[in-house]
Design a protein around this ligand. Structure first.
Ligand code: SF4
Length: 401
């Protein structure tokens, strides 16, 4: 494809979670707890709106017809695309969906614009396909498609979809946790950018917004959330507030200062991971158990707040004793947990002292099958994870009944 396409159809191709997830157990859990506590069941094929689509769609001219196609069945998708060979297909490729994308682009006639987060041999394999053009950044869309006059994310293709949209006040994080690949530089977004983001979300159906900052409260601009609240409630009077993620010490600070209520934070997600001081040191987590206890003491003064600790499963050598003790001892202040099965994407996932044998399961967050865990460790992890899911499902059922 050597020239700018001046008319035609653009198809954003999203691979359904159903095609890439090995195990649906966690997904069933999230459907229930999100529906119970936030009155929002995530869309069937993706937990959240795939943000690459609004980002790309905001960058291309309205002269193009455009649509989203969710791939659930490969054969049907190939037939569909080959029935419209002039359409340009756009893909976002990740470790988890790379084999599906590879298969699709190989079997269609369409021009495929592909970007994403794969490197090395995987990317080279895709780039060797004669109909594939690799984009290193969404800005490069303008090489192939006429650009929009104003570049701002466009959610119109997801209009009316019930979801948790995201808003970004800052990017990066100043901490240095061993398992995390978030950039260590903190960059604040400009207030105009933040309110523009809020404006673009209005076509969606939502009661809560997820604040994408990796450690909310770390960047100085976090109080702009009040302006975002004022703007959103002007357009959506039923808006209920924000979900933020942060560290144990910052969460305590926000609670003590009364900022949770002031900024309309409805849910607090905190990186507890493995509540064991030795592990915390090994993971370079920015908190200790004394601080975790102080946080839970403070939470008891905020009974309406939804509190969600992130818990890691599948770390090498973890016998879960401290996780189980923590979940039992603090159950009165925990609404539900976000279980996270450790994954390893090449070398890009930071350093947890684990190496991957490049098993396809090592990049799959939905399974405990991991090359660094023995069969016994996998069985233990599965049993504890299942216990944990059932515990908070039970709590959700009690609230619903
Ligand atoms: S895990 Fe959280 S606190 Fe740690 S470096 Fe990553 S974003 Fe920062």
């Amino acid at each position: 494809m050597k020239e700018l396409l001046s008319t035609g159809r653009v198809v954003y191709v999203q691979i359904s979670d159903e095609l890439t997830s090995t195990d649906t157990r966690c997904r069933e859990y999230y459907d229930l707890v999100y529906d119970t506590w936030f009155d929002t069941k995530p869309p069937r094929h993706f937990m959240e709106i795939p943000t690459w689509i609004p980002i790309c769609d905001g960058r291309i001219s309205p002269i193009y017809e455009r649509q989203v196609y969710v791939v659930v069945n490969l054969k049907q998708a190939i037939e569909y695309f080959n029935g419209m060979p002039d359409a340009v297909l756009l893909f976002s490729v990740l470790d988890i969906n790379k084999t599906v994308v590879q298969y699709l682009v190989h079997n269609v006639w369409n021009t495929c614009l592909v970007g994403g987060y794969i490197t090395g041999a995987d990317r080279e394999r895709l780039e060797r396909e004669p109909n594939v053009y690799w984009l290193s950044h969404p800005d490069e869309l303008k090489v192939y498609l006429r650009p929009a006059k104003i570049d701002s994310p466009n959610y119109a293709l997801f209009s009316g979809i019930r979801t948790f949209p995201r808003i970004t006040l800052s990017e990066g994080c100043l901490h240095n946790c061993a398992f995390c690949s978030i950039p260590r530089k903190l960059v604040e977004r400009h207030p105009v950018d933040i309110l523009t983001q809020a404006n673009t979300l209005l076509p969606l159906d939502f009661d809560y917004i997820y604040v994408d900052d990796k450690t909310f409260g770390q960047a100085d601009n976090y109080t702009i959330l009040l302006d975002v609240w004022n703007f959103i409630t002007m357009h959506k009077p039923g808006f209920k507030g924000f979900i933020v993620q942060t560290t144990v010490p910052v969460a305590t600070k926000l609670l003590k200062a009364g900022e949770i209520e002031k900024l309309h934070i409805a849910a607090l997600e905190v990186g507890v991971e493995i509540p064991n001081d030795d592990y915390l040191r090994k993971m370079r987590k920015p908190y200790n158990l004394k601080q975790l206890n102080a946080l839970h003491d403070e939470l008891r003064f905020h009974p309406g707040l939804i509190f969600i600790p992130n818990i890691i499963f599948g770390a090498p050598g973890d016998n879960y004793a401290d996780t189980l003790t923590y979940l039992s001892a603090k159950s009165d202040t925990i609404t539900f947990v976000n279980p996270y099965v450790l994954t390893l994407y090449g070398t890009a996932k930071g350093d947890m002292g684990i190496t991957s044998e490049s098993s396809r399961y090592d990049v799959d967050e939905t399974t405990v099958v991991k090359s660094w865990l023995s069969l016994e460790e996998q069985e233990l992890t599965k049993a504890v994870l299942d216990w944990c899911l059932r515990k908070y499902e039970h709590k959700a059922y009690l609230v619903r009944s």
